[in-house]
Design a protein around this ligand. Structure first.
Ligand code: NOJ
Length: 578
């Protein structure tokens, strides 16, 4: 290399400085390109996806038989809900052996074949890691409960009864809302934030932590590409178990999330596991504040890649919701992470009722348009989209009339709790029709044959009777179906990096019916306009006859009313590219 004279060196440095200073200020998040930011994650709920052996329960071979379908959606990663050995108190979120496959789902060979099949199709595999708690049938717990001096005692949280009753802890799933369960074997209480069959693991014990990291590495060695950390924000505890204020349960996340050394454990997990493989990590829950969320996901902290917060999905209510609140929530999350950190975007998962019922409109005349409109929203926002299986067909809530039809453990326990405490059971049943998570767990509707083609046996939970009209086979044949529209959306996102990293700007902020925003990056600009209402609505956005509508959910693009506004039909969605 030619040696520069000192004068030319100074000039060179000055020019460089000037060039840097004049460069438009870029946001860091957008600069830092990663596969997991560009991923489109499709969530497969294995129990309800496809049954291969007629026992009424979806399984791994069933998923394998549908790999080409998954590929055809254009998604690039699949998040599998837990498939490990489990007595199924909470559909696999109660794990009795972290290194084995649940019998209902198949074998380890099936799992290996599934990962291979996904990878052959260019699809990454993300596994659920459920380590805030295990099953009470896990060997660790069996040992732990056997005596106060067992070497596994400290794998869980115990409170010896000689000290009296422990301070109240709220359980999300317990029939008495009580997270302490008395166990006569050792005359002590154990802690369970979820059901009695899901005792909380003691993260303060380094031996337990090492076991978990080894287990996580076991799956990474098998070739998986990422982890979704279930309820992990609750994992660390103050083991002195101090008294909490009365009625703390009304705001329990404040008392349960991000406690103790949680961030230290995540940094340790990152060092021991994530840093050793090309894997992504996402946490369920992001605490109470943006600061909490940043502490989980900011790259320089070496904890997780992203988290998903509940603020957005919590907005839907049976009586309806305010679009202004919806826009405000998503806009706030976007701006809080515009420069640093990364988030996930979702409107549904296995813990939510169906997206179209909650956020759109599942009446026959609006179901198709409103589910396409909601899909458009998810696929055009900044953040990694997580899309729940069945939503690509516009599947709807089943709305059971009887408690006996539900399978979900917290739903049954809440019913018993209300019954015992004089609650209004009819009111509860009505609410469940809107938000019980079993609505999102009914079998995938493949075709119009018996049981929607999901099983040849009796499905573990009833199939939604509307499968005769809403099903994959029918939508394959219809170029304008929700399914084919979803494929266009994934294509659009994958081909336009601006939709992944591009700056988000909210337009027509005060409009109560319309959600309009732009996404722009490196000279590429998109305008997305969505009508969230069941009537015509004007959007104050400027497009002209030359602006290209690259995707829309009616047969033709919306009418341009004048140079400053367009008129959208009920639940109409349009994406313009400038
Ligand atoms: C969150 C999971 O998504 C949910 O399905 C489960 O019931 C609880 N965590 C407990 O593991």
């Amino acid at each position: 290399m030619k040696i520069l004279s000192s004068t030319s060196r100074i000039i060179f440095s000055l020019t460089l400085l000037l060039a840097v200073a004049c460069e438009p200020k870029k946001e860091k998040a957008a600069d830092d390109h990663r596969w997991w930011k560009e991923a489109i994650v499709y969530q497969v709920y294995p129990r309800s996806f496809k049954d291969s052996d007629g026992d009424g329960i979806g399984d791994l071979k069933g998923i394998i038989s549908k790999l080409d379908y998954i590929k055809s959606l254009g998604v690039t990663a699949v998040w599998l809900n837990p498939i490990y050995s489990s007595p199924n108190d909470d559909n696999g979120y109660d794990i009795s052996d972290y290194r084995n496959i649940m019998k209902d789902f198949g074998t380890m060979e099936d799992f290996d074949a599934l990962v291979k099949g996904m990878h052959e199709r260019g699809i990454k595999v993300i596994m659920d890691v459920v380590v805030n708690h295990s099953s009470d049938e896990h060997e660790w717990f069996k040992q732990s409960r056997s005596s106060r001096t067992n070497p596994y005692r400290n794998y869980y949280h115990w409170w010896n009864a000689d000290k009296g009753k422990p301070a109240y802890r709220y359980s999300l799933f317990d029939v008495n809302h009580d997270a302490w369960k008395y166990d006569s074997i050792s005359d002590a209480y154990y802690l369970h934030y979820f059901s009695r069959k899901q005792p909380d693991l003691n993260w303060e014990n380094p031996k337990l932590r090492q076991e978990i990291y080894d287990m996580m590495k076991f799956w990474a060695e098998k070739g998986i590409d990422g982890y979704r950390l279930d309820a992990f924000q609750f994992a660390a505890k103050d083991t002195l178990f101090p008294e909490f204020p009365k009625e703390f349960e009304k705001d329990f996340v404040k008392y349960y999330a991000m406690q103790g050394n949680l961030h230290g454990y995540l940094q340790e997990m990152n060092k021991e596991v994530f840093s050793k493989y090309d894997v992504m990590s996402v946490a369920e829950g992001a605490g109470k504040t943006f600061e909490d969320a940043h502490n989980l996901v900011d790259a320089d902290r070496s904890e997780l890649n992203m988290a998903y917060a509940f603020d957005g999905v919590d907005i839907a209510k049976p009586e309806g919701y305010s679009l202004l609140k919806f826009k405000n929530t998503f806009s706030k999350w976007d701006s809080a992470f515009a420069a640093k950190g990364w988030i996930s975007i979702f409107l549904a998962n296995h813990d939510q009722a169906r997206m179209v019922t909650r956020f759109g409109n599942d009446k026959p005349e609006f179901r198709d348009a409103s589910s396409k409109m909601l899909s458009t929203f998810i696929m055009t926002m900044r953040g990694t989209p997580y899309y729940y299986n069945g939503d690509e067909l516009g599947m709807t809530n089943i709305r059971f009339d009887k408690i006996e039809d539900y399978r979900d453990v917290p739903t049954h326990n809440e019913y018993l709790y209300q019954k015992k405490n004089g609650g209004d059971l009819n009111k509860l049943l009505e609410r469940l029709k809107f938000d019980c998570r079993d609505n999102g767990r009914t079998p995938f509707q493949w075709d119009r044959t018996a049981n929607a083609g999901f099983t040849t046996g009796t499905a573990w939970i009833k199939v939604n009777p509307n499968y005769t009209t809403i099903n994959e086979a029918a939508q394959e044949k219809d170029a304008n179906s929700c399914l084919n529209y979803f494929r266009k959306l994934t294509e659009l996102r994958k081909n336009n990096v601006a939709l992944v990293y591009g700056k988000y700007t909210l337009l027509d902020k005060g409009n109560e019916k319309i959600y309009a925003y732009t996404r722009e990056d490196n000279g590429e600009k998109f305008l997305i306009v969505l009508n969230f209402s069941d009537s015509n609505a004007n959007a104050a956005v400027s497009v002209d006859a030359n602006t290209k509508a690259v995707l829309f959910n009616y047969n033709e693009a919306p009418v341009i009313a004048n140079k400053d506004s367009i008129t959208l039909r009920p639940y109409e969605a349009v994406v313009y590219k400038f």
